[in-house]
Write a protein that binds this ligand. Structure first.
Ligand SMILES: *Cc1c(COP(=O)(O)O)cnc(C)c1O
Length: 354
């Protein structure tokens, strides 16, 4: 049995759109894609008259090296949000199939599933906020094609231990694809689940340059999976998902100098996270700060709505996560610069005194 047996048969049979850029490579006089022969007369316009490479070689290879896998296991996507959407559309038949999620977790898994008319089955985190593998596996019925696990989890910040991920991959083999969303992996310092792909063809890992690489605006994500899964998703990905300025930005961020700066920023965030984790519990009105392996903290308040309003009145926007199960008293606060974090602490302290 192959992981492709879990995919939609009509997608497996689909002939992918063959773009001009894919059909003929090389050449110096390009008259095959109805592009303009002249570059636009704007700063940085050179080359923008041409369609971008569908999967730019240099970026695919750089990401493969960064994530420690073979380049035939990498699909570059328009943010990892696009990868979630591609997986749901390739594996879930509308009105018939389903996905499993473990709330409180990232909302896009359910949104993409609902858009595809796939059912969303919930296997909530346990009372301590940890992923409950047995409850999750019990939720996997025959229609379930994808199981989404986010680690570190958004919005709680907790991680799923490597042995639990391996157990899930093993037990789901032949039944469903385990999708491990590692959007915040860099902030955890823990090894990636991508090595599971060596053993299990039903594992896909999501990575992104949006968080730890400061490139949310460039929309560059990656899906790591077996080549047959990459090939399947390439049948349905739009022909030119990555604008060339975004590819250039990603290559710049991943250059030697870019990595040096990134390490510096990452260390700064980890230092600030430790400081906020130490200071916030002493702030009046703060009930609990959930330990986090990501670049945010989920913080429980006596009056979350009041804290949210006071912060907003001072110009500080945090995320209200009170609608999530088990977090009805919590706000999610991203770790900012030292000054930004000072501002959060000052507003929360002043609010209680007043
Ligand atoms: C931010 C986030 C993403 C989205 O990343 P993009 O690459 O910007 O689309 C994916 N998963 C989780 C859990 C996130 O928090």
């Amino acid at each position: 049995m192959s992981v492709l047996d879990l995919a939609r048969p009509d997608i497996r049979a689909l002939a992918p759109y063959s773009s001009a850029r894919m059909e003929a490579q090389g050449g110096t006089v390009l008259l095959n894609a109805n592009e303009s022969s002249r570059a636009p007369n704007i700063p940085g316009g050179e080359g923008l008259n041409r369609y971008p490479d569908p999967q730019p070689r240099a970026l695919v290879e750089t990401l493969a090296e960064l994530y420690g896998c073979n380049s035939d296991r990498v699909l570059v996507t328009r943010g990892s949000d696009e990868a979630i959407d591609l997986l749901v559309r390739a594996f879930c038949r509308a009105g018939r199939d389903a996905v499993v999620v473990s709330p409180p977790t990232f909302g896009m898994y359910a949104v993409c599933a609902r858009i595809q008319d796939a059912a969303v089955i919930e296997a909530p985190l346990d009372a301590s906020g940890a992923l409950a593998p047995d409850a999750l596996l019990a939720a996997v019925t025959p229609p379930v094609k994808l199981v989404f696990v986010c680690t570190p989890n958004n919005p709680t910040g907790n991680v799923v231990p490597a042995d639990v991920l391996a157990q899930l991959a093993r037990e789901l083999a032949g039944q469903a694809v385990l999708v491990v969303d590692e959007a915040y992996a860099e902030f955890s310092g823990l090894p990636s689940a991508a090595t599971l792909i060596d053993t299990y063809d039903n594992v896909a890992v999501l990575r992104t340059l949006s968080k730890a690489w400061s490139l949310a605006g460039a929309r560059v994500g990656a899906l790591l999976a077996r080549p047959e899964v990459i090939g399947l998703l390439r049948r349905i990905i739009p022909p030119y998902p990555l604008p060339s300025p975004c590819v250039d930005a990603a290559l710049g961020a991943l250059s030697y100098e870019g990595r040096r700066v990134q390490r510096h920023h990452l260390n700064e965030i980890l230092t600030e996270r430790a400081r906020m984790l130490a200071e916030l519990p002493g702030v009046p009105g703060v009930r609990e700060v959930l330990p986090s392996h990501a670049n945010f903290l989920a913080v429980r308040f006596d009056d979350a709505a009041g804290a949210y309003r006071r912060l907003l009145a001072a110009g500080v926007v945090v995320r209200d996560i009170t609608r999530y199960p088990g977090l009805s008293d919590a706000l999610r606060i991203t770790i900012g610069t030292g000054n930004e974090n000072d501002r959060v602490l000052a507003v929360l302290r002043a609010g209680e005194v007043a």
